[in-house]
Design a protein around this ligand. Structure first.
Ligand code: CO
Length: 134
């Protein structure tokens, strides 16, 4: 059911430092920081030949990643995102399989303008999983 790995999201306490690590130490192509107010994050996109890394930093008061950074002060992998052909079909299959979808179960528009859902980390080996419509 899942297709390509769309991105790996890494929460970071210092965006400038993280950008430098990916740009200079790892020699990757790195975007400028982009504030995504509706998701409460500032994101830097790291474009790799086969996928993306998204460096996430809290934006605004009620950022969904603020708590994660409190628990992981030096940062860490926050979620991974897989592409699916049909997000509603994928959701129905997941729910039928006993997986928990976070929120009300209806896809929201994600950082790339496509419908996304998040799945409970306890059902996926301790990893928060995002699925995104292809
Ligand atoms: Co994501």
């Amino acid at each position: 059911m899942i297709g390509k790995l769309n991105h790996v999201a890494i929460a970071v306490p210092d965006l400038e430092a993280a950008s430098k690590i990916y740009r200079e130490t790892l020699g990757a192509e790195v975007s400028a920081p982009i504030d995504i107010a509706e998701h409460g994050v500032t994101t830097i996109f790291v474009n790799l030949p086969n996928t993306k890394i998204e460096l996430l930093h809290p934006f605004g008061e009620k950022s969904p990643i603020a708590g994660f950074l409190e628990k992981n002060p030096s940062g860490g992998v926050h979620h991974i995102c897989f592409e699916v052909k049909d997000i509603l079909e994928a959701r129905d299959h997941l729910v039928k399989s006993g997986a928990r979808v976070i929120g009300d179960g209806n896809p929201k528009i994600g950082a790339h303008g496509k419908p996304v859902l998040f799945l409970h980390p306890k059902d996926f080996c301790g990893t928060l999983v995002e699925i995104e419509q292809e």
